[in-house]
Every structure is written in C-alpha cells, then in structure tokens.
Design a protein around this ligand. Structure first.
Ligand SMILES: [Zn+2]
Length: 711
C-alpha cells in the first residue's frame, strides 16, 4: 500500500501538559526510555510523557488539551478542628534546583506558612521517571495534611488502539490460580488496586505496578514505592470526553486521611514512577528490572549474590547448637553458601536472647563455626513481635513483653483477657511510637554485632494498620497508621544498612506478603510466597519475575513427595530460578539424592547464577498449572548464551517445544541438555524462535535445563 504509518508514539505517548492558562515554568527529566516534561502551575504540576523510543523531539509539549489531569496539591490543611485553605504560589523557576537527574519545583503558602516541592528524578539508564511531593511545615504549630497524591496524570487513548491493563499479584500465603491480570480496556474501564503491608487473601493485592499496553506496540506503566496502604487508580473517561485514561497513584484508599506534621516537620509522599516501554511485558520487564536492580535495590557487595542458602526451618523449631553444627557441616559439604537459623533459637517471642537450653554458649560460636566452614551466617528475628516473657525485668534491651507496663503504649491493640503469644508470633508493636522505633534499632544493632551476622531476616507483620494510640506519630486513619509505621520501619533498616554496609537483608513477612518497590529499597531479597511445593514456587516466580529482579525472588524449597531422581530434581529446580533457599532435612536424603543435589548446586553457581544476575528473562509458556509444560528462558544478548528451564507437569505429553525469545535469527546456537545425555545439537535462532526448542521428558513432574550458546 505504501501508506507510511505515523509512529504510534507520536500520537499515543504524548501525555500532554499544557493548557492555555498561563504557567510558571517547564522543566524535563529523562531516562533512556522515558522523558517527562513538567509544567508547574499554582494548583499543581502537569506532565507530558514522551517515550524516547520514538523520534519525538525532546521536551516538546503540545498545547490545546485543556482537560488533562494534574498532580493537584492539597488545597487546605486542618489546624485544630478548623479547615484552613491553602493557596500555593509557584516560585520562579530560577529558584528551583535543577540538575541532570532531578528537577525540583518549589511552591509556597504564606498563611498557613508551608513550603512544597515537586521533585522529579531520573537515572541515566533504562526505566521510569520518579516523582514525589514534599511539604514542610514552616509554621509554629502542628498541621494536619489531607491526602496528597503522589502522581496523577492523563494518558490519551490513540484512536483504534486495542489496549489492555496488566498487573501481577503478590504471591502471599499461596499463589492464586490467576497471578497475572490482563483486562481489555473498554470505554467504561475503571480499575482501583489497593496494596497493603499484608497481602489481602481475596482479592489478592497487586505488586504495586500497573501497565497499559497497546497490543501492537508497547505502552506505559506506573507504580508506587511504598509498603503501607497505597492505591493505584485508572479510569477511562467516556469517549465523548476525548479518549483519556486518568491515573492517580498515592496513599489510599482516600477515606478520611490526615497526617500530622509538626512545626519544621517534613511530609514526603511515597514516591511514584511512570515509564514507557516498547514490545510486550517481557520486553518491559527486561528494562524495568534493570532499573530496579541498579536504582532501588541496595548495593550488592557479595560476589556470590544470589547466595545458595540452607535454612533450619526444615527441622522447625527444633534447632539447637548440635543440629546447627551438623547442618553447617552438611551445607558446606553440599556446596551451599549461607547457613540461616530460622525461628526457634530464642527464649520466647519478644525475648530475643538465645534459648540457653538449645544454645548454652549463645549464637556466636555457631556463627563462628559457619564462618570457619566458609559459610555466611543469617538469622531470623521477628523483631516487631511482643510476647509475654518476664525476662524484661532482667534485660529490657533484649526483651519486650506485654507484662512490662512501661511499654504497654507501644502496642497497637489492647489485649484481650487470656491473650497468649504463639511460638514465633505475638502482638505487633507500633513503630510509629518513637521509643519503640529506637528500641528495635538498638536490638538489631546488638544482634548483628554480637553474632557477626551476614544476613538478617525479618518475619511477621512489620507495619501495623490499626492503632488507637493518640500519642504516636500517626492520626486515627488506618492509611496514616500504615504510613507512619512504614516510614519508621524504613528508617530502622536505612540506619542499620548504613552502619553495616555488607549486611544482607531478607524480607519475609509470613512469606510473599510485603512485595513492593518500597521494601525493595531496603532488602536484597524477598520471600515471594509462603507455600513451598514446586508448583507454588514456580507460580510465585512466574508472577514476581516480571517486575522484580530474579535474583531477589526467593523460593524456599520444602520436601515434596516423589519417588524418582527426576521428581527430586523437579523439586529442587522449581525453586532454583532466582534466589534459592532450601528448607529441607538433608540428613533424610539418600546418598544418590545427596549427589544429585550437590551437582545441581554446582550447576547453579557456575552456570545459572551468572544468567540470573545478568540475562534477560522471558516467560516462554503459559503460567504453570502443574499439568501442562511450563518454562522460563534466560538469555544474555552480550555473551549470546542462555538457558531454558523446562518443567513437565502431570501431563502425559512426553514432548514440548518452547519458542525462545531474544535470539539472533541469523545466528546458530549450540544446544546442550543438562540431563539428556548424548543429544547436544545446534539450531538457528530463526528455528528456535519460530518452531521452538523441543524438550523430551519421559516422566511426569520432571525437568530439564537446556543451555544454548551462539556459535
Ligand atoms: Zn500507633
């Protein structure tokens, strides 16, 4: 036909900003993928979002759209019981601090005296642009601030576009049968997603990220970096109003939310991000995850990251010094890299002294023994949990107890008569109490130092959502309770990491509950589900690995019934696609299983781990269902090497072809099968992409690793 198509980006990705009303300044920031031009007005900021995948001239802002949503600033505060209107004035741009990677607009209000900043940040590499709002109370009395959105914007819908929304669930206690949510966007489309510090069972929380994808080309996405209660709202305007999707990201839900800001105090909204991508959700993830790894995740200093770990929970609460030493011996022999004591080492929940019956010499000799054997040493601490130990009388620095009346006001709930803590959970203290926050940081400091910890795992609820106390930093709003206790949790870990730059942090909140881009700024890996069978591990990994660097996606491997070698490898490999922690009593293994496992750990360290850290990841099957075949592909375009991790469920189909992604169609790839002896072969990139890589497995619940390398 010869009709030249206008690049989609030109019509779609321009998220416009300006209207005819006078404005006070423009500025822009960009990453390799995303460029944002910001217009500051007295009532808020508007953005134009441009993709750098298009030939759009940088910084060009179209005019004529009077109807774009802006990130509107709060229009009142509450002082005492009165609502006081706020009128912002944007400061001339020359008073704004600008640099290559950040742009800051400043606004002031004379009465009440407040200052506001709209802060835009962008990195050099791929990924989104970030925004948050900071409000400073310049007055002499406390003010109550209503919900300030983190980021609001509008996106035009290109005529004729076939759009869908896309998001993934947290793994939670057990991954649901759905996991990945795709909904086509019709004219009445409306989506409100809420995420909290404990994933709701039904409907399951999202990992706080949502994409709008044009099925033909690519799309845009946005998300929020916070572990408390947040919301993401997308709403299509009726077609007559101009085909727009309005978006709002911030704390939420909106109900009755006020936050107290003391004189001189600073209020920062959670940071939100927005970005553009080309291609499908794997293409999106391959750039987005690089940004998460380089920009959000704390620095990784361990050359073995992600480490292979042996966790004592395979024996439940039974761990003691003797068992720990024997597990360390076995871990070293098997080639594992960290020994990790789970719950069971302490006297009682909230009494964080080693149990003298189990560890008469404390944990230090165990830690030293692990180090002698060349292993790192990690420890589980449910440090927000309060028990009822009388030990607080002897050692109040190590023991927090409901019996201690001087600390009753740390608790977020009143105790019912006859309340008793569990073996490893109790009442959660509210970190928005300044004394409780200090106590937790001191406790962790001393545990890390005395036991020479290389890794600290937290478990149980960290962030409370209900607290009736009026002397804590929060108001009575549930959203604010989670906001302020979440901020305190972050401060504790930020301080601890600054003091211990080599310390690794594991985020476990009953497994898979707190999976978000705020906690990712504080931890090196995340337990992505609390169910440890092969199918649950693969489902949780399938979902989380779209958005979270696979090295951070931790699967615990628990014993899974199976008779054959192939079943045993299927169990191990289902948890070896990212961060791998085994939670198995290895003394129960046969010598044959021991040899098989040792070989797998060697393969992980030498061949798989470099790909987990570096390679692109592709979901080359439907989401696992335990019946069909499923698979994950890693491919590193730089070295031209990759692997297909193939799993056969209960199906009676002995063969399946996986269509690989990312390969050079003109190159030839050498193939080698980890298990199937004697079938190394070669195929063209074109063949592997179009016809697929065939894998043959004789047994149900079995697996194969197929390595490929460009010739
Ligand atoms: Zn509280």
């Amino acid at each position: 036909m010869g009709v030249r198509r206008v690049p989609l980006a030109l019509c779609f990705w321009v998220l416009l900003a300006a209207s005819c009303a006078p404005s006070r300044g423009f500025t822009g920031v960009h990453t390799q993928d995303t460029e944002v031009t910001v217009e500051a007005r007295d009532t808020g900021v508007r953005v134009a979002l441009l993709t750098t995948f298009s030939p759009m001239p940088a910084g060009k802002v179209l005019s004529g759209y009077a109807d774009y949503v802006q990130t509107r600033f709060i229009d009142h505060v509450r002082i005492g019981d009165k609502n006081v209107p706020v009128r912002w004035r944007v400061m001339p741009l020359e008073q704004s601090r600008e640099s290559e990677c950040a742009s800051v607009f400043r606004f002031t209000s004379d009465d009440p005296p407040l200052e506001l900043m709209s802060i835009w940040e962008a990195d050099d590499g791929p990924g989104p642009v970030e925004h948050h709002v900071r409000i400073i109370n310049r007055g002499s009395g406390a003010v109550l601030i209503p919900r300030q959105t983190s980021l609001a914007f509008s996106m035009p819908v290109p005529a004729g576009a076939k759009l869908e929304s896309w998001w993934v669930e947290k793994g939670g206690g057990t991954p649901t049968p759905v996991g990945v949510h795709r909904t086509s966007i019709a004219s009445d489309f409306s989506l409100e997603l809420k995420s909290g510090p404990l994933a709701a069972t039904e409907p399951r929380d999202p990992i706080p990220f949502v994409a709008v994808r044009d099925m033909r080309e690519g799309g845009w996405y946005a998300g929020i970096e916070f572990s408390g209660r947040v919301m993401m709202r997308l709403h299509a305007r009726p077609p007559a109003a101009g085909q727009m999707i309005d978006a709002d990201f911030g704390l939420g839900p909106r109900e009755d939310l006020y936050s107290r800001v003391e004189p001189g105090g600073i209020y920062d909204t959670p940071t939100a991000f927005v970005g553009c991508f080309k291609g499908d959700m794997d293409d999106c993830g391959n750039r987005f995850r690089k940004w998460v790894a380089s920009h959000l995740r704390p620095p990784v200093r361990d050359e073995h990251y992600p480490l292979l770990v042996n966790n004592s929970w395979g024996s439940g609460m039974a761990v003691d010094e003797k068992l720990a030493r024997s597990m360390i011996d076995q871990s070293a022999e098997l080639g594992l890299e960290m020994f990790h004591i789970d719950a069971g080492w302490f006297r009682a929940v909230g009494d964080w002294r080693p149990n003298p019956k189990k560890f008469p010499n404390g944990l230090r000799p165990v830690s030293e023994y692990a180090h002698q054997k060349g292993l790192k040493f990690g420890l589980w601490v449910g440090w927000t949990q309060v028990g009822s130990s009388p030990g607080f009388r002897e050692d109040p620095r190590r023991v927090v107890s409901t019996e201690d009346t001087s600390r009753r006001d740390w608790l977020s709930e009143s105790l019912t008569n006859g309340w008793k803590p569990g073996d490893f959970w109790g009442e959660t203290l509210c970190l928005a109490d300044a004394d409780a926050e200090r106590w937790c940081l001191d406790l962790l400091r001393s545990l890390v130092k005395e036991n020479q910890l290389d890794m600290l795992e937290h478990d149980q609820r960290m962030i409370v959502e209900n607290c009736p106390r009026t002397d804590h930093a929060h108001t009575s709003s549930r959203v604010d309770v989670a906001f302020r206790s979440g901020e305190a949790y972050y401060r504790i870990y930020d301080a601890l990491r600054k003091e211990n730059p080599n310390l690794l942090f594991e985020d476990c909140v009953n497994g898979g509950q707190m999976v978000d881009f705020g906690v990712i700024r504080r931890v090196h890996y995340i337990s992505i589900t609390d169910t440890y069978d092969p199918l649950s591990n693969r489902r949780a990994f399938y979902d989380a690995s779209y958005l979270i660097p696979p090295a951070m996606c931790e699967c615990y491997i628990a014993q899974h019934p199976g008779k054959t070698d192939a079943n045993f490898l299927y169990m191990l490999r289902s948890g070896m696609m990212g961060w791998c922690t085994i939670m198995l009593d290895t003394t129960q293994w046969t010598p044959r299983q021991h040899d098989l496992a040792k070989r797998q750990f060697e393969v992980y360290k030498t061949k798989l781990r470099p790909l987990i850290n570096r390679a692109d990841l592709y979901h080359v099957s439907e989401r696992p269902d335990g019946i069909r075949w499923d698979g994950i592909e890693y491919f590193d375009p730089q070295s031209g090497s990759g692997v297909l991790l193939a799993f056969r469920g209960k199906t009676d189909q002995p063969q399946h072809a996986f269509k690989l992604r990312g390969l050079d169609p003109n190159a030839t790839y050498e193939l080698s099968y980890e298990d199937a002896a004697g079938v190394p072969s070669a195929a063209s990139g074109q063949d592997l992409t179009a016809r697929g890589l065939a894998v043959r497995l004789a047994e149900a619940e079995s697996s194969e690793l197929v390595w490929f390398r460009r010739k």
